[in-house]
Design a protein around this ligand. Structure first.
Ligand code: ADP
Length: 481
């Protein structure tokens, strides 16, 4: 039953609940109404009875022959008074006078001769009668007076009310249910429309969007959310396609080189030295490929969030000096100088290896892209509650329109650059991921001495706050979020 209920459409369930709740409310309302009306009708009957009792009481008088009577013989006709009965009794239980309907009510018994009144419902011939009995004293003689009225008319009226309530209630619930169903269907129709539109959108048609009839209502907001999800999906798919294409392209080139060297080597007989050279060149290409594959592997682990940083308190000044000295040989080859200036001790809890890799990639670029005999500067300082590592060079700088995209995977400003002149365009993507993993920011801007300045800005909390937001910013597909 529950299974079938939950399998029903929302509009059917809505209508069902609506009808059920309405039915329960109407039932309570109808019962309360019936009880109140019944009480009111019976009370009115008692009031009428009381009025008639008093009228009759006022007419009681002693006749010259000593009898006590209300003196109206006309009332003796039962046809005129089919619903009423008036009786006069002596305290001893002898009926003195009677008028009204031809029914025999049970003899009245009043325990005391005091002027007490008693309402009661009695039965006669299967009919219910309401009677008011009271002791009355006329000229010092006490008698018992009884006025009675049939309840049948009131009960008949009550039955009519009950019939209206009992038959009207399901009718109202049925009409309301139909109305509710139509309303629910109209209200939910746009959802069906959305569903059929969304159904048509496949991975190949991610550029399509759902129509948003009214962006201010719930369904409009739902459509807008689905549209923005589609937009994000489309972006991710695009990046994935680009990434796959770029990665294949990067691997194809060294493979082609290996193949070319191999083919040239076996084309004719060579000396042992020539073979050695050919094998050496091939191994170089293989190295290049394994580096690329290693880097891609690491990035994809970063994307899958399987790399867990190991935090330790690290002196960023020391870290900068280490990076500078490990790359010093490259700078020396180009007669460049690397100057590290540390403004006070800046100690931050970070994963030393991961952050060092970011710094190495940035420094490597500074060496690679700066002219011979230029100066590179690393500045480590604390700015407010942030730690900053800035690498400034005297290279060509990064044009404004490239300052975001240089962090994309496989992006190179000069796409035609020879393979020996630079890497695959993954260095900054890795650096950005590493910095964001620590809750920090990596940006490129103009350097003070003409070149560029790459700034790593890190929070200095004892444990770096790494939130999902930061991780998702380190977009696996190299987005420049
Ligand atoms: P690559 O392996 O090509 O160096 P990166 O991701 O490290 O890839 O850098 C991306 C691009 O950003 C580089 O191709 C280069 O054009 C530009 N770039 C990086 N660092 C610098 C810099 N210090 N000065 C000028 N351009 C830079």
């Amino acid at each position: 039953m529950i299974g079938r209920w939950s399998a029903a459409s929302i509009r059917a369930r809505l209508t069902g609940w609506y009808a059920l709740v309405l039915m329960a409310m109407l039932l309570v309302y109808a019962t309360a109404t019936y009880v109140a009306v019944r009480h009111e009708f019976l009370e009115q009957l008692d009031e009428q009875l009381h009025g008639e009792f008093e009228t009759l009481e006022g007419r009681l008088a002693r006749m010259p022959d000593g009898r006590i009577t209300w003196g109206d013989e006309g009332r003796q006709d039962p046809d005129h008074e089919p619903e009423r009965v008036f009786e006069l009794w002596s305290p001893a239980g002898e009926q003195l006078q009677r008028s009204g309907a031809d029914v025999s009510l049970p003899p009245t018994v009043l325990a005391t001769a005091s002027s007490s009144y008693r309402y009661e419902t009695v039965r006669s011939n299967g009919e219910r009668w309401r009677s008011l009995t009271g002791s009355v004293t006329v000229d010092g003689q006490s008698v018992v007076l009884r006025a009675a009225r049939s309840e049948e008319r009131v009960l008949g009226q009550l039955r009519e009310v009950l019939v209206v309530l009992v038959f009207g209630l399901p009718l109202i619930v049925m009409l309301a249910g139909v109305g509710g169903y139509v309303l629910a269907r109209r209200a939910l129709q746009p959802i069906d429309h959305l569903a059929s539109e969304a159904h048509r959108i496949t991975a190949e048609q991610l550029h399509q969007r759902l129509s948003v009839p009214n962006q201010h209502d719930e369904i409009g907001r739902l459509a807008a959310v689905i549209n923005s999800t589609l937009a994000r999906l489309e972006g991710s798919f695009d990046q994935l396609r680009r990434f796959t294409a770029d990665a294949s392209h990067e691997l194809r080139t060294p493979l082609a080189v290996v193949r070319g060297i191999g083919e040239a080597a076996v084309a004719k007989r060579r000396t042992a030295l020539e073979y050695e050279e050919a094998i050496g060149s091939m191994l170089e290409e293989v190295d290049r490929m394994s580096n690329l594959v290693d880097t891609l592997l690491r990035l994809s682990r970063g994307d899958a969030r399987t790399i867990k940083p190991t935090h330790q308190l690290t002196d960023l000044g020391e870290l900068a000096k280490e990076a500078a000295s490990s790359l010093g040989i490259l700078a020396e080859d180009r007669h460049q100088t690397i100057d590290v200036s540390v403004n006070g001790g800046v100690v931050v809890s970070v994963d030393r290896l991961i952050l060092r890799e970011a710094l190495t990639n940035i420094l490597d670029n500074a060496i690679k892209y700066s002219p011979n005999a230029s100066a590179i500067q690393i500045r480590v300082e604390r700015v407010g509650d942030r730690a900053v590592i800035a690498v400034t060079d005297q290279g060509p700088g990064v044009a404004l329109e490239h300052r975001e995209v240089i962090f994309d995977r496989f992006f190179r400003v000069d796409q035609s650059r020879t393979r020996n002149g630079g890497g695959a365009g993954l260095g900054l993507a890795i650096a950005k991921w590493a910095v964001q993993l620590h809750g920090g920011e990596l940006t490129a801007q103009d350097g003070s001495r003409g070149g560029s300045e790459f700034r790593i800005v890190l929070p200095t909390g004892s444990i770096s706050p790494i939130t999902d937001e930061h991780l998702s910013h380190a977009d696996p597909r190299g987005g420049t979020s």
